[in-house]
Design a protein around this ligand. Structure first.
Ligand code: UD1
Length: 451
């Protein structure tokens, strides 16, 4: 089968979205609607993608900067047939199939498109298109067949009898390129709306295949209102959860969890209620939630992330986070560390088996292994006088007493200790106890105190 050309219609204005964002750039499960459509087309074998745009072309150019997606302008917008006419020069140079899709129908999937292409090829048809059975009277084109001649009757032109037909046009087609190039210029404007209907091509084709899509109602969700956007999101979330459940992930309260298409979850991970995960890779055997939000983050195996917010962080295996932690961008947590009870971490590396519990802030720090950070310990990393952020280094096996302030830049040597309320303004040598304000050396740490 030769590679297909995909033409994605996205020139409609989308006024009903009431948005400053172009309609097709609204996101479903974290990804712009038009990108869902393009991803499905590519996965089904399209090697060249053209998007027809009409409004906010600059925003769309920006969105597609650096990608190989081609944008073609349609001005004015005179209907779906007119939209495809805009790519006649490209069609004439193309041999093989042309997929035509709607940019605002993000639930189209690669499997349906793959089947459509196969069916089209096998039937040697000029046009093959996907239909669906719907229960409600959406304003979609109805499928009729008089004496075997298949037609799509647009809602605006349909009689009451035709409007009662349950089989509708999803707006997803596969055309033979040469035939499409010949027929497109012959389209006439419809008397009802003065638009050039792409669907008029169906009755002109000598050989038409129609393929009733399984569960096709989702393919028909064309998002032109916020309500439809929410409907598409619900359906996409349902699919994503179904996918990860099939891979061995447990969702205790599935409807309360939000994922995006760029998340992956390992086997035997359990997701508790009210959890949001965006662009995350989560290992096996983890407990995520309840009430956690994770973004742009990689979590190893056998971790728990309870009631916490984790942003742009890396977490190795067997780490316990929460309840109520905030890992901000640049946090790297090594294996077996435990962070909880209002610990905030930013741009810091936390060593193996280190424990940071109880109301603390660790920013711009390198914390060694097996360190114990006492309640209320703060790295004072920012000087409001100079605007400079400075580093704190804490060696292996060090520990801080409650309410220690580490005034950066400062180093706490390996095995060093601070007393409660110490304000550490100078580097502390290894195995040394410091106390007071400002902290001063008292003595060497006794080995037993550390074990
Ligand atoms: C079209 C079909 C209808 C089908 C429905 C499925 C026609 C005439 N009718 O309906 O049978 O059931 O899709 O969703 O094709 N667009 C342009 N330029 C235009 C007009 C539309 O790019 O001039 C784009 C829109 O941005 C949208 C897509 O085409 O992405 C579909 O347009 P829409 O107005 O939603 O579809 P209808 O024409 O009502």
């Amino acid at each position: 089968m030769s590679a297909a050309l995909a033409v994605v219609l996205a020139a409609g204005q989308g006024t009903r979205m009431k948005s400053r964002t172009p309609k097709v750039l609204h996101r479903v499960a974290g990804k712009a609607m038009v990108d869902h459509v393009l991803a499905a087309a590519r996965a089904a074998g399209a090697d060249r993608c053209i998007v027809i745009v009409g409004h906010e072309i600059e925003r769309l150019r920006e969105h597609f900067a650096g990608s190989d997606v081609e944008l073609v302008e349609q001005r004015p917008q005179l209907g779906t047939g007119h939209a495809v006419q805009q790519v006649l020069p490209q069609l004439e140079a193309h041999r093989g199939e042309v997929l035509v899709l709607n940019g605002d129908a993000p639930l189209v999937d690669a499997r349906s498109l793959g089947e459509l292409l196969e069916r089209h090829h096998a039937a040697r048809a000029q046009v093959t298109f996907l239909t669906a059975l719907v229960d409600d009277a959406e304003r979609l084109g109805r499928i009729t067949s008089d004496g075997g001649r298949v037609r799509v009757v647009e809602w605006a032109d349909a009689t009451a009898e035709e409007r009662a037909i349950r089989e509708v046009n999803t707006g997803i087609y596969c055309f033979d390129s040469a035939w499409l190039s010949r027929e497109l210029p012959l389209l006439q404007a419809s008397p009802a709306k003065g638009e050039y209907y792409l669907t008029d091509l169906i009755e002109r084709a000598p050989q038409v295949e129609r393929m009733l899509a399984e569960g096709g109602f989702a393919l028909c969700i064309g998002v032109d209102t916020r309500e439809k956007l929410a409907q598409a999101e619900r359906e996409m979330q349902r699919r994503l959860r179904e996918r990860w459940m099939a891979e061995g992930v447990t969702f205790l309260s599935p409807e309360t969890v939000l994922l995006d298409v760029d998340c992956s979850l390992g086997q035997d991970t359990i997701v508790y209620p009210n959890t949001i995960m965006q662009r995350c890779t989560i290992g096996m055997g983890c407990i995520i939630g309840p009430g956690s939000r994770l973004e742009d983050t990689r979590i190893g195996n056998d971790c728990s992330i309870r009631e916490s917010v984790v942003e742009s962080a890396v977490v190795e295996d067997e780490v316990q986070i929460g309840p109520f932690c905030h890992l901000r961008p640049g946090s790297y947590i090594e294996r077996g560390a435990k962070l909880g009870n209002y610990a905030e971490i930013k741009s810091s590396r936390i060593g193996r088996e280190t424990q940071i519990h109880h109301f603390s802030y660790t920013g711009d720090a390198q914390v060694g292994q097996r360190v114990n950070i006492g309640a209320g310990t703060i790295t004072c990393n920012y000087s409001s006088e100079t605007g400079v952020k400075s580093a704190t280094i804490i060696g292996d096996d060090a520990s801080t007493g409650s309410d220690t302030l580490l005034v950066a830049p400062v180093t706490l040597g390996a095995g060093a200790m601070t007393g409660s309320g110490a304000v550490v303004t100078h580097d502390v040598p290894p195995d040394t106890l410091v106390v007071g304000v400002p902290a001063r050396e008292v003595r060497k740490v006794r080995k037993a105190a550390r074990s």
